[in-house]
Write a protein that binds this ligand. Structure first.
Ligand code: GDP
Ligand code: K
Ligand code: MG
Length: 293
């Protein structure tokens, strides 16, 4: 039995969540066009007859500007140290950008085998892929460099094969039918948060948090009552999330409910509230209370 932990790092929007989703074939992490939607570390567990790979999907690394972002960077560093293999994902950019350089510096300190995935190769021609490959070969840091397209499921099987080859013999760390170590509440809150972000466009950049207040199955019924609160930073934001005549919050609920029903395989009665916690991201105490630590 081969098993072990593989951390997956890369700046926001290179396609980490898309890759994880493809590996599992199910919605586990959150996909969004906006950076920093994956706030918490999520373990994605891949199982087959003779291996178990635990992927650590980390939040997008950004230059820390506030307490929440500082915390995100710490999470990334921690999961690097905890893992047997490190995967660094970049996208189709032809040269190494500022944030990628920052991550490379972080990786230099980590004495683990490293795989580089060049994602979004569907947007590149052969010559461009070679050019990016050469740039990274020049760094002398990676044991393998694999061009992939997470979106089109290209070369992901090759990546899994290489990971299996590199891992040592090990135990079954988690029950083999477990797909993620995050509980249902967390995933439900992520679905609501994703729908809120989609419905709000850029009106409230990143300043929302979804708290599950109640999560109960009705006796003798395939029906859950789920009560959740969308927490915003400002009163003006609260008005935006509620919308004219409550239209916006209604839309968020309508989009989230069918997805939660699919995920839970059950009927859902979803009730949403909106509450202001002033500048919650700046206050470390609240960041901690909301479970980021
Ligand atoms: P993350 O922030 O690293 O988790 O990135 P996401 O998985 O959320 O992806 C960010 C955006 O890139 C989304 O719009 C994805 O659809 C897109 N994307 C991801 N992988 C690919 C790929 O292989 N090719 C292309 N063209 N787009 C991709
Ligand atoms: K994203
Ligand atoms: Mg993500």
């Amino acid at each position: 039995m081969k098993s072990g932990f593989v951390s997956v790092v890369g700046r926001a929007n290179v396609g980490k969540s898309t890759l994880m989703e493809k590996i599992l074939g199910e919605k586990i992490s959150i996909i969004s066009n906006k950076p920093q939607t994956t706030r918490d570390e999520i373990k994605i567990i891949y199982n087959d007859e003779n291996s178990q790979i635990i992927f650590l999907d980390t939040p997008g690394i950004q230059t820390p500007r506030n307490k929440l972002q500082e915390h995100l960077l710490e999470v990334s560093e921690e999961s690097l140290k905890d893992s047997d293999i490190v995967t660094f994902i970049v996208d189709n950019s032809l040269s190494i950008g500022r944030l990628d350089k920052m991550i490379l510096k972080l990786l230099e300190k980590v004495n683990r085998p490293k795989v580089l995935l060049i994602n979004k190769c569907d947007l590149l021609d052969e010559g461009e892929i070679d050019q990016i490959k050469k740039t990274y070969i020049g760094l002398n840091m990676f044991d393998y460099i694999i061009p992939i397209s997470a979106l089109n499921d290209e070369n992901i099987d090759k990546y899994i094969e290489i990971i299996k080859e590199m891992l040592d013999e090990g135990p079954l760390y988690y029950p083999s039918d477990m797909i993620t170590d995050k509980n249902e509440r967390f995933i439900v809150s992520e679905i609501i948060r994703e729908k809120a972000l989609q419905s709000l466009n850029n009106e409230i950049p990143h300043g929302i948090f979804v708290r599950i207040d109640d999560f109960k199955k009705r006796e003798n019924k395939n029906l859950y009552d789920i009560y959740a609160t969308i927490i915003v930073e400002r009163t003006t934001h609260k008005e935006i999330v509620i919308g004219k005549n409550g239209q916006k919050i209604k839309t968020i609920g309508m989009k989230a409910r069918p997805e939660i029903e699919t995920f839970m395989d059950s009927k859902i009665n979803l009730k949403l509230w909106v509450k202001v916690e002033k500048d919650w991201r700046k206050k470390q105490k609240l960041v901690t209370r909301f479970g980021y630590k």
